[in-house]
Every structure is written in structure tokens, then in C-alpha cells.
Design a protein around this ligand. Structure first.
Ligand SMILES: NC(=O)c1ccc[n+]([C@@H]2O[C@H](COP(=O)([O-])OP(=O)(O)OC[C@H]3O[C@@H](n4cnc5c(N)ncnc54)[C@H](O)[C@@H]3O)[C@@H](O)[C@H]2O)c1
Length: 440
């Protein structure tokens, strides 16, 4: 098939659609050389929106779709999936109210149930899938999406256990091989005051890194009680934060943001984790712990002192300090100002950043990378940060020192139930007890 027939024949498969988008710039070269027919065809196709599908129509899924539709021209939401049809309907309606011209989700493109996401992957119209379900599903959904040739936005964390890590690594490699873009929801990597602070550190503004502190300490988090006549699985999927196979506990679900920032600063994952914590005031069936403190040791004997906590009535703290031989860099979480101070306490540098901008930038980068034919693939990086969080959790849960080598290549922990069905019963919740809970 020559490039002109490619222009005139809309490719049949979603993979074909993506290849087609990627050849845009090469064909543009021919058009500029004077091929008028190709130029006008290209102009038409450039106007064709990239079509989005959303999987997981809760708070962040709706937010992520809104961010993409807000920041990008030439995108259109055409399909949604959630285990609950009501969530599909309300997300599509809310987004259509805000972005009339960019949302066209008819009832036949709203897919419910645990397999709803597969219908989006089978939908040849959909170019890009946004995943914002509970994270336990993420490795398997993302891996299926890569195999289906869809571009991907994946919320963080991208896994909750070592089995999920190995699935993500394979999916990353497959994405690189087949030209699938994967951008992840670690938005601080796209926030100005983070980017500039990391650059300052790289340029030697605090000397050599000695250690770091990161904290994600806040009040409590939501708990969605059980309603009548729902199965154990329905209940746990709705109240997913409190079940480890779905959320990975606070360290993985939430504090991954700060762990990811420190892995970025340190240039990779830590070698070991050793830590402690406990469960004091969670609701009776919540498997989550209230707090964890972990020492992560990075190559070069650099120590990260990490703490996370969700307990009402305690003092909040959320941000990162990086200590160097010549100064300290503070990078606060959310929107704020990063600073560097020298050992005399003088502020020598500062930069502001907005988390709202960062949430949008990740979607701009994704769409731009697809359009330019240079897809960003960042799954492995976020898989490493997610696994760092899992490594910390396992150290606290078991009371053992856990190594990176163990979690990447020896652990057999796989928390995702086999053949999950929506009406299934689930085992009673289980609570980790250091010294008793085994490291597997
Ligand atoms: N980047 C950030 O700052 C940020 C902020 C909040 C949440 N998140 C992440 O976004 C994800 C979703 O969080 P949320 O706050 O939107 O939760 P939520 O409970 O509001 O939404 C989750 C949705 O997924 C649906 N769902 C559950 N299992 C599903 C499945 N197998 N297939 C399809 N749909 C399914 C639920 O019905 C629900 O509508 C989590 O990974 C969370 O960590 C990221």
C-alpha cells in the first residue's frame, strides 16, 4: 500500500490507526515537496480527533479525562467503562456538560462489569485509553491495552505487588516494540518546581546527596461502608482503598508520589528497605495500616527516611527534603515553592509550581508524543517507584529487611485473585503482623 492509499483508506485495526497517526510527519514532508493531493488529505486527517476511552469513572478518572479534554485540541471522549453503569453515565454526562464538542459517548459505548475495559480495547475507534481503576487491576489492564495497540494514560500506582511489577516490565518492553505511548499519573515529574529542583540538584547546587526525608502524613481517608445485598467482591471493589490486593496500602496508593520523587532525585530505586508501623484506628475490616516508617538505602549509602500516616488529630506533613554536603533542597508536595538553603540558612534558589498545571501537562505530553510519532513510554519508571513502595510495605508488614533483588526477581507474592467474578465471596480480611507475616 502506498502512502496515498493509506490516506484514503481508514485503517481497520486500532493498531493500524496508530501507525497511521505516526506516519503523519513523514508524509507531511512529501506534501511540502509539492504533492498537493497528499497535503489536502493530510490536513483532513490532522483534523480527525484522537479518540479517548476512559476505564474507571470515579473521581480521578473523570478528573483525568477532564484534564485531557481541557488541555488538548483534537481529542474526543467516545467510550467509558466502569464496573457500575451509573458511574459510566454520570462521568459521561458531567464531562459532556463541560466539553460539549469533545464528548460523544452514546449508551452503546458505555461498558459495565469487570470485562467492560475489554470492550474499549476491542473498539477500533478508540486510540487512547485512560486507566483510573483501583490500582490492583492496573498491570493486567495496561498489559492488555498494549497488546491491543492502544496508547495509554495510566494512573499511579501501576501495581500493588511483585507479580504486577513483572507484568508491567513486559508491557513496557512490548510498548517500546510496538510504538505504544504510556504516560503515568506521577504528575510531579511534570511540575515546574519539581523539575527545576531536580535539575538544580543534578547541577550540584546542594553538593553530593547524603540523605533525604519524605513524609506523606495527613488525617484519615474515606471508608465506604457495605450496603445490603452486595457480594464481598462488590463491596471490596467499592471500598477498594482498604484492601491490599486493590490499593497496596497507603504507602503504595498515595505515598508513591513522594517515593517516586526521591527515586527521581536518587537516579533509581533503593537497594534495601527496613521499617515498622502499625494499625491502630482503622475500621475493623480495613487491611490498611495507619502509619509506616521505612529506611530505604540507595546505592552510595544514601539513606531515605520515609514516613506515611493517615490518622485524624495528628500533625500533617507532605513533602521532601534532600540533604547535600553543601545545602538542603526542600520540595513541598501539592502546589508550592521549592527552595535550596545553604548551611548558613540562606535561601540560594527557589521556584514555584502548580499541581493543577502538572495534571494537565501529562495529558498534553501524551497526546503530543503520539502526534509526533515519538511515543513516551514511562511505565517501567513508575513500576519501579510503585515496587519501591511495595518493598517498604513488605519490610514493615514482615519486620524483615527487604532487598530490591528480592522484590524484582525472587518474591512470589501475587495478590490478584484468579478468575475474579463480581458475585464472588472473598476471604476474611487479613492483617499483617510483623514477625508472623512471612516474606514471600
Ligand atoms: N495522580 C493523583 O494525584 C491521583 C489522585 C487521586 C487518585 N489517583 C489514582 O486514581 C485511581 C482511581 O482513584 P479514584 O480516587 O478515582 O477512585 P474512585 O473510587 O473514585 O474511582 C475508581 C473507579 O473505578 C471503578 N472500578 C473499580 N474496579 C474496576 C474495574 N475492574 N474496571 C473498571 N472500573 C472499575 C469504580 O467503580 C470507581 O468508579 C487510583 O489508582 C488512585 O491511586 C491518583
Amino acid at each position: 500500500m502506498n502512502k496515498f492509499t493509506q490516506f484514503n483508506n481508514r485503517p481497520e485495526t486500532s493498531h493500524g490507526r496508530r501507525d497511521f497517526l505516526k506516519v503523519g510527519s513523514a508524509v507531511a514532508g512529501a506534501a511540502l515537496a509539492g504533492v498537493a493531493t497528499a497535503r489536502s488529505a493530510e490536513a483532513k486527517e490532522d483534523e480527525r480527533p484522537l479518540k479517548l476511552g476512559l476505564v474507571g469513572c470515579g473521581g480521578r478518572g473523570t478528573g483525568a479525562a477532564n484534564d485531557s479534554l481541557t488541555i488538548n485540541e483534537g481529542v474526543q471522549l467516545v467510550a467509558v467503562a466502569d464496573i457500575q453503569m451509573g458511574k459510566c453515565q454520570s462521568a459521561a454526562k458531567g464531562l459532556a456538560n463541560r466539553h460539549k464538542a469533545k464528548v460523544d459517548v452514546p449508551a452503546e459505548r458505555m461498558y459495565d462489569g469487570l470485562d467492560g475495559y475489554k470492550k474499549i480495547l476491542d473498539d477500533k475507534e478508540v486510540d487512547v485509553v485512560l486507566f483510573a481503576t483501583p490500582p490492583g487491576f492496573r498491570p493486567y489492564h495496561v498489559s492488555d491495552a498494549v497488546a491491543a495497540g492502544k496508547h495509554i494514560f495510566s494512573e499511579k500506582p501501576v501495581l500493588v505487588d511483585p507479580a504486577g511489577y513483572r507484568v508491567c516490565v513486559k508491557a513496557h518492553e512490548a510498548a517500546e516494540a510496538n510504538g505504544t505511548a504510556i504516560v503515568t499519573g506521577t504528575q510531579y515529574r511534570r511540575q515546574t518546581n519539581y523539575i527545576e529542583a531536580v535539575q538544580q540538584i543534578r547541577d550540584g547546587a546542594i553538593g553530593d546527596i547524603v540523605s533525604a526525608t519524605t513524609r506523606y502524613c495527613s488525617g484519615g481517608i474515606w471508608y465506604r461502608g457495605r450496603s445490603k445485598d452486595v457480594s464481598d467482591t462488590q463491596y471490596q471493589l467499592n471500598n477498594w482503598m482498604h484492601f491490599i490486593w486493590l490499593s497496596g496500602d497507603q504507602i503504595c496508593e498515595q505515598a508513591i508520589h513522594n517515593i517516586d520523587a526521591i527515586n527521581w532525585v536518587m537516579g533509581g530505586a533503593p537497594e534495601t528497605a527496613y521499617g515498622s508501623g502499625g494499625r491502630f484506628r482503622r475500621p475493623a475490616d480495613s487491611e490498611m495500616w495507619d502509619s509506616m516508617c521505612i529506611d530505604f538505602k540507595y546505592p552510595g549509602d544514601r539513606l531515605l527516611s520515609f514516613m506515611c500516616r493517615q490518622l485524624g488529630g495528628t500533625k500533617g506533613a507532605n513533602g521532601n527534603f534532600i540533604y547535600g554536603t553543601e545545602g538542603t533542597c526542600h520540595i513541598p508536595a501539592m502546589s508550592g515553592t521549592s527552595t535550596i538553603t545553604d548551611h548558613k540558612g540562606q535561601t540560594t534558589w527557589s521556584a514555584k509550581g502548580s499541581i493543577g498545571d502538572a495534571y494537565k501537562q501529562e495529558h498534553k505530553d501524551l497526546i503530543d508524543s503520539i502526534r509526533s510519532g515519538k511515543p513516551i513510554v514511562e511505565l517501567r519508571q513508575t513500576a519501579e517507584s510503585s515496587l519501591t513502595a511495595v518493598m517498604g510495605r513488605l519490610a514493615a508488614y514482615t519486620g524483615q529487611e527487604v532487598t530490591w533483588d528480592f522484590v524484582t526477581s525472587k518474591s512470589t507474592l501475587d495478590t490478584m485473585p484468579k478468575n475474579l467474578a463480581i458475585d464472588d465471596s472473598r476471604p476474611e480480611p487479613s492483617f499483617a503482623v510483623p514477625g508472623v507475616t512471612k516474606l514471600v
